[in-house]
Ligand binder design. Structure first.
Ligand code: CA
Length: 424
């Protein structure tokens, strides 16, 4: 089943809640200004959470995927201004199951202004054989990405952390933190910056070095192997750990064009990335490599007037299983010249709902303030109308001419009272 196109605000616990389920698809919703979580799931296997906005959770996280359910996909969400984590994932051994979330895909999320009460941009407790890639995390007031074990049955082992851009705020912790026996982690092509002079890029506890392979990252020149008791520069880090032989020291000024996180001409992140562990498109669908090699971070730079841009992979096993007959599609006009509407047999109704919802939101029909522009923009024409409308990128969307759909206003999901076995 799918839940798409709703705006939920003011819930006492979760804006959207899905527990003891499987193959649930949450897309294009706005879960904003709810008390504890924007989107909460527990024991929900093969879950897809994409193209949602999860913001303003006053107590905890934007998106919380809990318990030991496997194969969650969390991508292209805009997550911001949550008190604790942007995305929190918790294997929850204390709640039964195997205590491990396996084979999660966490990619192309934009996460900012989170963690004032702690946690991380992306927090993973007992998450294994999973990929964290193409995420942009900035103004992180706690950790950027943390792989660890507190209530998971085991450390967050055998994960891949590639092509993320992380900038920690001046009151935050480290950009990437491994602890609790989180071994076997592949770290490639990340930008790991920190505005806090007392913290830095990589913080790896000694029990996480077995199987660690970290290289080709652009990092601020402060790392740690002892939970920030001492800070060491990149050269010392290389000598002590044998890691990051081809990583480089960098700052925002040397990496980014002014005003955002797109790479500047001459950036040390250009064309020096590894192929290992990466994905063939960047956070905006630009095909890698553009230029002579793969860039570091979530945003590949197009060095020529035109680069190959593709729609992000949208087809999932979940989508293939949605078989509800499609109703007539809404009419569209304007916006996104050159875009086409991607459809898969059997799920056109779902995308239609997402389109209507997002177009209405753009027009202010829900009284929602227009989103502040993000500090990067498309270069050229985006490939796909649904991608244009993606909650992340502030691009003009196709306009819906069908009028208001007031029935979709402020629909409130059930929350709280029944079986919620998540650790709060
Ligand atoms: Ca490149």
């Amino acid at each position: 089943m799918g839940i798409a196109g709703f705006r939920i605000t003011g819930a006492g616990r979760a804006g959207i809640r899905a527990v003891s389920c499987h193959h649930v698809f949450l897309a294009g919703n706005e879960a904003v200004d709810n008390f504890r979580w924007g989107i909460f799931t527990g024991f929900c296997e093969d879950l897809v959470i994409e193209d949602n906005e999860a913001a303003g959770s006053r107590d905890e996280h934007g998106i919380y995927v809990s318990n030991s359910a496997d194969r969650p996909v969390i991508r292209r969400n805009l997550i911001h201004d949550n008190a604790e984590a942007g995305i929190h994932m918790n294997g929850d051994a204390s709640q039964g199951g195997d205590g491990i979330i396996s084979e999660a895909l966490v990619e192309s999320n934009v996460i900012h202004d989170v963690g004032r009460k702690g946690a991380a941009g992306i927090n993973a407790d007992g998450v294994q054989r999973s990929a964290f890639r193409n995420n942009l995390i900035y103004r992180a007031h706690a950790t950027g990405i943390a792989l660890y074990r507190i209530d998971g049955a085991d450390g967050s082992k055998d994960n891949v952390v590639t092509n993320n851009t992380i900038v920690v705020a001046n009151d935050g912790r480290f950009a990437l933190h491994l602890r609790g026996g989180s071994t076997g982690v592949l770290v490639r092509n990340n930008i790991l910056l920190n505005e806090n002079p007392a913290r830095g890029g990589l913080d790896v506890m000694p029990d996480c070095f077995p199987g660690l392979s970290s290289d080709r990252n652009a990092v601020i020149d402060r790392q740690s192997t002892d939970d920030w008791e001492t800070l060491i520069d990149l050269e010392t880090w290389k000598n002590r750990t044998g890691q990051d032989r081809q990583s480089v020291v960098a700052t925002a000024d040397t990496l980014f064009a002014s005003g955002g996180f797109a790479l500047r001409t001459g950036s040390p992140a250009l064309d020096v990335g590894a192929k290992e562990g990466t994905v063939p498109v960047d956070i905006l669908g630009l095909r890698r490599p553009a230029g002579t090699g793969i860039d570091l971070g979530a945003l590949e730079l197009c060095p020529t007037p035109k680069c190959d841009r593709v729609a992000p992979a949208r087809t999932t096993a979940m989508l293939a299983k949605l078989t509800t007959a499609p109703p007539p599609a809404p009419s569209h006009g304007g916006g996104c010249a050159g875009c086409t509407v991607a459809r898969s047999p059997g799920n056109g109704w779902l995308w239609a709902l997402v389109f209507v919802a997002l177009a209405m939101r753009r027009q202010g029909d829900w009284g929602v303030p227009r989103r502040k522009p993000l500090p990067f923009q498309f270069q050229g024409t985006p490939p796909d109308a649904s991608f244009c409308c993606s909650a992340h990128f502030g691009h003009p969307c196709p306009r819906d001419r069908a009028g208001r759909h007031s029935g979709h206003r402020s629909r409130r999901a059930s929350s709280g009272a029944s079986v919620d076995r998540a650790r709060a």
